[in-house]
Ligand binder design. Sequence first.
Ligand code: NDP
Length: 293
Amino acid sequence: MGSVKGWICVVLVGILGYLCMDSFDPESIANARVLVTGASTGIGEEIAYHYAKAGAQLVITARREQALQKVKAKCLELGAKNVSLIIADMGEPVDREQILEKAVTVLGGLDYLVLNHIGYTPFQMWEGDVSHARWLMEVNFISYVDLATAALPYLTQTKGSIIVLSSLTGKTPIPFAAPYAATKFALEGFFVALRHELTMRESPISITLCILGLIDTQSAMEKTKEKVSISAYPAKDAAFAVVSAGARRVKEMYYPWYVWPTCFFRDWFPQIRDWAILRTFNYEPQRQEQKAL
Ligand code: NDP
């Protein structure tokens, strides 16, 4: 019996060691030609800095030019070979049309397309704003499909990669985020299906889906304040995990530690899962109503 326990420990430690192993070598992305969307702040900004430190060439996009100029200056300080900006609103198809062409022209090709931007959506109960859900789908999903489609011929030439920022909310829906969860589920459906098709066609392109838990970006912290009882993890570390997984051509990356087990056990104990979700999100008005009864 004792030796069985010993073997179980050895296997568990082995699995943990394997999961924690990160064979990422920043040298592998030195000189890489990278397009990062939504890089004016948050995780996208930190992703740009990691590529910059490794000596990559960058095109970064967002709507706010001043914020992007600051990111550009820091990227150059950190060691980026060159940095160009594209000011575009991802909710506007005309704005999106030019992004890939412009990026490929300045970079002379494309190795990594990092799809990271998200449109603003309040963290609140669904109140029936269908036009907001439609707009969010355009920004968070259709624009990703648009840019990835335009990038495919270039990435085929370079055996490049598409990196897609998704969320635990795209695996396990949570309250206060119905339209956001829908856009992230759509990303998973599209990009996993596309990955299968690329494999069937023996395409050299890799697709990495990044499944993130709560990260301490300013926008996420402001939205979830007093509504969520879990800790947020650093954007810098989340961004490193994204860049590393993309360089290693990993199919799915999970950050932080609790995301993978949550996804793995999602459908094993649905009642416990739903109980835990409702314990994690605070809805004071409802609790007060209940107290009053
Ligand atoms: P932020 O809100 O901090 O940054 C969003 C970025 O997208 C900004 O650069 C913003 O720049 C840009 N953006 C917003 N709207 C538009 C638009 N209409 N057109 C073009 N660009 C736009 O997001 P995070 O860093 O928190 O999140 C980054 C990614 O990580 C997202 O895909 C998100 O879903 C994912 N994620 C984040 C989590 C978190 O807790 N933070 C958890 C799980 C996943 P600008 O305003 O200048 O246009």
